[in-house]
Design a binder for this molecule. Structure first.
Ligand SMILES: Nc1ncnc2c1ncn2[C@@H]1O[C@H](COP(=O)(O)OP(=O)(O)OP(=O)(O)O)[C@@H](O)[C@H]1O
Ligand SMILES: [Mg+2]
Length: 509
């Protein structure tokens, strides 16, 4: 019999270098039975690298990995899975063209007696898995049609289906709203009680004290501390991660707003062709003044992303209803290009699809939007490019070579490149869809400061976020969407997170 507390996994002296970068530097890390072990650290600290070694996704490291006291060398994620280790990766590895069920059972499809894939069983078990994490999705829908948050839930279901003894979750809640994240926390509690070991990575520090039993903090690839995580406050975690406290993280206040910039009146979209799972705008009334940051709240699927995409000319083709004014002029962005000409910029939810060219350099990605402005006599001036990209990225804490492919950056640092690019365009109206997804606490504070600066220059900001604390702390007002409609508007000077949640659930009328 296994003694309670025997490590399921023990990593000792684990190091991994990428060129000159030491992503992990002699890291020691254990996972015990029946514990949730949080792994914390700034963007680029080495968290993903460490867990990708553990799950067989990254090879060619130094040091030892033991499972149940035996040294193992995994050549692939499949090897790790055979030893009971499963991972939900930070950058989801779902196949967009395949259905939800096909993704969940990829490579291990059950078969009928006739030898064909047993779709009925796959669909039934998929429904059960999804119900367990509190979401109803059609198992037949292609994953590529789903929102990022829904894809994240599918990836979670896929990992749960493996019945792993060690479950590694690399930022599983980054695209989830509070309600779904809470349901996931319950599921994690059940798995722990059943004796599994869970590695949990998150930049939502408020979750750590509730979910985790222990926490290991990484800085520049090294372990800087291990803590009992129960009741650890977000402030304590922050200090361990950054080596300094971060003050005034939220409540970034800026000086007053001026004229009206955006006005939507009963704004709605009648799609030409119905696209399943999309919540098109169905009656939205709101305003954004110059110098104002207005939040968009609501549950997963309330239509925040669809609204921002439609305003940016990137939504579902269809007939507009209601009206949109920009700076007093009635407009209707037909395409993203047109929207940019009208003075709009959008930071999309999924940086990999609409955001970044991963093979291109960090520099090229950052200045993509301002190429016209920087071009002199038809060619790009590299020096100016470097200065522009370097300055903004430096402020956001992205270090490293600007010439490296964007794909070599850590997840959070990729997000910062997308945001830097939008800020560099100096739009009139900045549309942000989960701009701090996966961004560390120090850089978040910096992003809020940059947004407040932009607002002080007269830019209007419409910010969709699933983090109530972010909405309440950063925005002047929050418009809560529900079923594609503007349900309610809250003034953040007198409304708190609890009211925001209640409004999203439709409890307040
Ligand atoms: N494939 C790669 N090629 C080159 N460098 C890489 C590669 N993968 C990671 N790195 C570098 O290794 C370091 C650690 O990255 P890692 O992704 O482990 O960070 P992280 O702690 O998960 O950050 P985040 O919170 O942003 O996800 C970073 O400096 C990153 O740029
Ligand atoms: Mg990571």
């Amino acid at each position: 019999m296994e003694e309670p507390g025997t490590p399921l996994v023990a990593m000792t002296g684990v190091s991994k270098a990428y060129g000159g970068t030491l992503a992990c530097d002699h890291v020691g890390f254990t996972v015990r039975r029946g514990e949730v072990h949080a792994l914390l650290g700034e963007n680029g600290a080495g968290k993903s690298t460490l867990v990708r070694i553990l799950s067989g996704d990254v090879t060619g490291y130094h040091g030892t990995v033991e499972v149940d006291g035996q040294t193992v060398t995994f050549g692939s994620p499949l090897d790790a899975r055979r030893r009971g280790i499963a991972m939900i990766p930070q950058e989801l590895d779902l196949v967009p063209g395949l259905s939800v069920a096909a993704n969940i059972f990829l490579g291990r499809e059950p078969h009928t007696k006739a030898g064909t894939a047993d779709r009925k069983r796959m669909h039934r078990e998929t429904r059960e898995l999804l119900a367990r994490i509190g979401i109803a999705l059609d198992p037949k829908r292609p994953v590529g049609e789903l929102r990022t948050g829904e894809q994240q839930l599918v990836a979670i279901a896929k990992a749960l289906a493996l019945d792993a003894r060690v479950l590694v979750m690399d930022e599983p809640t980054s695209a989830l709203t509070g309600t779904e994240a809470e349901r996931l926390a319950e599921v994690i509690g059940e798995l722990r009680d059943a004796g599994a070991g869970i590695v949990y990575i998150s930049h939502r520090l408020g979750e750590i004290g509730r979910i985790a039993d222990r926490a290991t903090v990484l800085r520049n690839g090294r372990v800087t501390g291990e803590f009992a995580a129960r009741d650890l406050s977000a402030e304590q975690v922050t200090e361990a991660m950054l080596g300094r406290p971060v003050q005034a993280l939220f409540r970034v206040r800026h000086t007053g707003s001026t004229g009206e910039l955006l006005r939507l009146e009963n704004f709605a979209l009648r799609p030409r062709r119905y696209r399943p799972g999309r919540r098109e705008p169905a009656g939205i009334t709101l305003t954004v003044r110059r110098g104002e940051i207005v939040g968009l709240g609501g549950l997963l699927g309330s239509g925040r992303t669809e609204l921002l995409e439609t305003l940016f000319g990137a939504g579902t083709p269809g007939r507009w209803q209601g009206r949109m004014w920009l700076d007093g002029r009635e407009v209707r962005p037909r395409s993203p290009r047109h929207a940019v000409r009208l003075g709009l910029a959008l930071v999309p939810e999924d940086r990999r699809i609409a955001g970044l060219a991963l093979d291109h350099s960090v520099r090229a990605n950052t200045v993509l939007s301002v190429v016209d402005r920087l071009a002199t006599a038809g060619f790009l001036r590299r020096r100016r490019e470097n200065a522009t990209a370097g300055e903004v990225l430096g402020e956001l804490g992205v270090s490293g070579a600007l010439a490296d492919p964007a794909g070599t950056l850590s997840g959070g640092n990729q997000q910062k490149v997308v945001l830097a690019r939008a800020l560099l365009t100096e739009p009139d109206l900045l549309l942000l869809d989960e701009p701090t997804r996966g961004v560390d606490v120090g850089a978040k504070a910096e992003i809020y400061r940059l947004l407040a600066d932009a607002a002080a220059r007269g830019i209007g900001v419409l910010l969709a976020s699933s983090e109530p604390a972010e909405l309440v702390g950063v925005c002047d007002r929050v418009v809560v969407l529900r079923d594609g409609r503007s349900e309610r508007e809250l003034d953040t000077h007198d409304a708190g997170e609890a009211e925001l949640l209640a409004a999203a659930m439709g409890e307040i009328r």
